[in-house]
Design a protein around this ligand. Structure first.
Ligand code: FAD
Length: 318
């Protein structure tokens, strides 16, 4: 089933979550161990992130540095297929990014998903490399997620890159995109970010999943701004419980997100990260309950490979 069908059909708040592929060299068993404890809460869909190649430097004994390009978390296509066939009651939503993909590569990936019977995609640009903080599109690739959405919608109309192909089979993807209640980090202002978010919806995206936030008011204001900008699609809140005290520093730095003072105070009172883990769960339960009262279609949790906190939150909330 498509994500938009879940969103339109349900009269109560649904549960979904996001998984990261295991680090290269590790087993898919970790994915199943994350999913299994969460099945009792009837997830409607599970998202699988996509990870671009990164540049790393390996230091040799002679002191010279060797530049290498590695993909630390490969396997999105295979994991999506494995989940689809192991858990037929749950829909799978692979992420697809612009970074590292030419339009031709994108078409091949979409053909793979289509043949696997996967008809949901979250279309993203992908992050800029940490070292440069500047996103550079692949030669013949998309610079922004809007281009990727357009390519997928074209394929849904049977329009592949080779315009001379005849009698093509249209794909049938439901496309979601990302939205940023506190603005995307590279965006000069909220208005500009909203303009480009609207472009993604006008290109054919059917719903938005938000970046994490820790103050529900940010989400409520974002929804209001979207509606005023003419964006009418469902807006799914993304939630990531705080896990360690370090998150207080990293999350604002990497994602441009404010941590409310009350949450900072609670984390600072903790004697160790076990206590921080507990605070993260309690804060997320409070956020989730507030969002359900507001009437959100789905609560979408970012697991980063840990399901115990999400399990405790879901059992308090659903
Ligand atoms: P875009 O919508 O392309 O926007 C990027 C920036 O460019 C924004 O500042 C926007 O305002 C601006 N912009 C857009 N169009 C234009 C234009 N025409 N002209 C000028 N400026 C423009 N990253 C991964 O690598 N893999 C994942 O699996 C992944 N999953 C994610 C899931 C969610 C729910 C979210 C919220 C993010 C995820 N990300 C993932 C991170 C995402 O790739 C980054 O935030 C990335 O920097 C932006 O992606 P986007 O799709 O929002 O980009």
């Amino acid at each position: 089933m498509k994500v938009i069908e879940h969103l339109n059909k349900s009269d109560k708040t649904l549960f979904s979550f996001e998984l990261l592929p295991p680090l290269r060299g590790h087993n898919i068993g970790g994915i199943y161990r994350t999913i299994d404890p969460l099945l009792e809460f009837n997830p409607s869909f599970i998202n699988i992130t996509y990870h671009q190649e990164e540049v790393v430097y390996k230091k040799h004994e002679n002191g010279l540095l060797e530049k290498r390009t590695v993909r630390k978390r490969p396997g999105t296509v295979a994991i999506s297929a494995a989940i689809k066939y192991k858990y037929p009651m749950v829909d799978v939503v692979p992420h697809l990014i612009c970074g590292g993909f030419s339009k031709e590569d994108t078409e091949y990936a979409l053909i793979d998903f289509h043949f696997l019977g996967i008809n949901n995609i979250l279309a993203l640009r992908g992050d800029a490399p940490k070292a440069t903080r500047v996103f550079v599109a692949e030669k013949e690739g998309h610079s922004y997620a809007t281009g990727l959405v357009k390519q997928i919608i074209d394929m849904n109309k049977g329009r592949y890159l080779d315009e001379e192909m005849e009698n093509t089979t249209p794909t049938d993807f439901c496309v979601g995109v990302a939205g940023y209640p506190e603005k995307h980090i590279e965006s000069p202002n909220i208005t500009s970010d909203m303009t480009y978010l609207k472009e993604k919806i006008d290109a054919g995206a059917e719903y938005i999943i938000t970046q994490m936030f820790y103050d529900n008011e940010k989400y409520f204001t974002f929804v209001k701004n979207c509606r005023e900008a003419g964006i009418t699609v469902p807006i799914v809140p993304g939630l990531k419980p705080i896990v360690t005290a370090r998150d207080l520093r990293i999350i604002p730095q990497v994602f441009n997100i404010d941590i409310p003072e009350d949450l900072v105070r609670e984390v600072n009172k903790c004697k160790n990260n076990d206590e921080v883990f507990r605070v993260g769960i309690e804060w997320s339960i409070m956020q989730s309950k507030g969002l359900i009262r507001y009437g959100v279609p789905v609560l979408h949790y970012f697991t980063i490979g840990i399901s115990e906190n999400i399990r405790q939150i879901a059992s308090a909330v659903f």
